[in-house]
Write a protein that binds this ligand. Structure first.
Ligand code: 6PG
Length: 314
């Protein structure tokens, strides 16, 4: 098992990109922490209807009160405001978890989510976060070379990983030299090894790995990770990581965490911006009865769910 993980890490290190191993070896870490104060107003969503009540109007952010199972819903005037708040949320959580456990396991999706993390790689967080404790995973990945424009790894590398001093050995990319099924099995073996070595927590309730934070986007059709509406992969409840060869969103070959892994998380942030997502957001939050349940409606983590929406998506 260990060799699988080593293979993944070695694979990463041999990435063509010459700057890959050039993480600043030791950016001085400080305990400074800067909270970004924002104006705040509040909206209420009746649990049995879709009517919203705004409690205060001063603001770039509003919070919708929903039944507990729906999580916290934060709505921002702009995607820029959303990005500011998301950075503070992730940094606060990372700092809290690292103080408790000396490591922080975080999972990225692909898509626009990574761009929404741009404020996290700026001041004050670049100095106040202990990046050496971060362990980075992907909730789904396209089975393409790491330097391919479709690679979620490449996206995260360009927008995030190349800008912060996370040790290369703490970044767990897939082995894309394998088939989709091989890459999924290999990633699952890697996760099992990390659970054994206690780098990665395990849910006492489900036995699945329990990540500290999953940062996920959502597609306009309500898909999350590579779990698409009406696709049998949504039903997978034994595997930790599964493969898909017919993804409706290109490219077709991908690997994905399964729903029970997603739902064993300590925290999930669903980050959704843009009008094209509004219908799926509405379906998920207002509990619209439809014949087909969207994958996003099945997100119900063991811990906390927080939605970060911009006005258009909400
Ligand atoms: O395709 C991937 O790799 C994903 O991880 C996928 O689940 C993505 O997060 C959503 O499709 C949202 O993508 P956008 O935010 O770009 O719409």
């Amino acid at each position: 098992m260990a060799s699988t993980c080593r293979a993944v890490i070695a694979n990463l290190r041999t990435l063509q990109n010459p700057s890959f191993t050039r993480f600043p070896p030791c950016i001085p870490l400080t305990s400074r922490f800067f909270a970004v104060k924002q104006g705040f107003s509040s909206l209420r969503l009746n649990s049995n209807s879709s009517s919203f009540r705004r409690r205060s109007t001063k603001a770039s952010m509003a919070e919708i009160v929903t039944p507990k199972s729906k999580g916290k819903v934060k709505v921002f005037d702009t995607e820029e405001d959303l990005a500011v708040a998301l950075a503070k949320y992730a940094a606060d959580l990372a700092n809290k978890v690292t103080q408790e456990r000396n490591s922080f396991t975080v999972v990225f999706s692909g898509g626009s989510l990574v761009k929404s993390l741009r404020k996290l790689v700026e001041q004050p967080y670049i100095d106040s976060v202990d990046w050496s404790k971060w362990h980075v995973f992907w909730v789904d990945e396209r089975v393409v070379p790491k330097d391919h424009p479709d690679s979620n790894y490449l996206l995260a590398y360009n927008e995030f990983l190349s800008k912060v001093p996370i040790p290369a050995g703490n970044v767990y990319a897939i082995n894309e030299a394998l088939s989709a099924k091989g890459a999924a099995d290999d990633y699952e073996t890697c996760l099992k090894h990390l659970v054994k070595t206690k780098t990665l927590d395990q849910s006492q309730t489900t036995g699945f790995p329990k990540f500290d934070l999953m940062l996920m986007g959502m597609g306009p059709d309500g898909h999350i990770a590579s779990l698409f509406p009406e696709h049998p992969l949504v039903q997978e409840n034994e595997k930790w990581v599964a493969s898909i060869k017919d993804s409706p969103k290109p490219p077709p070959e991908r690997i994905s965490f399964t729903l029970p892994v997603i739902n064993s998380s300590a925290n999930i942030a669903l980050v959704v911006a843009g009008a094209s997502k509004a219908s799926a957001v509405y379906t998920a939050l207002a509990d619209v009865l439809n014949s087909e349940v969207l994958p996003v409606q099945l997100v119900a983590p063991e811990g906390e769910l927080t939605w970060f929406l911009d006005k258009e998506a909400a």
